[in-house]
Structures are given as structure tokens and as C-alpha cells.
Write a protein of this length. Structure first.
Length: 71
């Protein structure tokens, strides 16, 4: 992510946020979206993280219903 922000600045994009500012916005969006991240450990000891598929589908459905009403 830091490389992408650096690249945007190098090519002259205006108003590129700092890395810390971007992380704060990402955290806020994640908290407000209501889609929890599930941390899982496999029987072999491998760690996995994924978003709850049921919540993702619910959020997408809600998003489309809101946009359909606004259109």
C-alpha cells in the first residue's frame, strides 16, 4: 500500500493521503460496514483470516436496495 501511495505522488496525483490517514479511514469503514473478519486456525496450525460470507452478501444486498431507491 505504501508503494501505491508513493507511486500516486510520483505521477502527480493531488490530495494523496498519508499511509496513517489511509489506515484510519480503512479502519473506520471496516468498523462501520459491520462485516466481521473471522480468524481461523487449521488443524495443521495454519492461520487464515476471512470475512463472514453471510454478512458480505447481506451488505451487498443492502447496498443495492439503497441505490435502487435513490435512482
Amino acid at each position: 500500500m505504501k508503494v501505491l501511495l508513493w507511486l500516486l505522488k510520483q505521477v502527480g496525483v493531488k490530495h494523496v493521503p498519508s499511509f496513517d490517514a489511509l489506515r484510519k479511514v480503512q479502519s473506520k469503514v471496516r468498523d462501520e460496514s459491520g462485516v466481521p473478519t473471522i480468524n481461523w486456525m487449521s488443524p495443521k496450525g495454519n492461520a487464515f483470516s476471512f470475512n463472514d460470507p453471510k454478512k458480505l452478501i447481506a451488505n451487498v444486498s443492502f447496498y443495492f436496495s439503497i441505490n435502487k431507491k435513490l435512482a
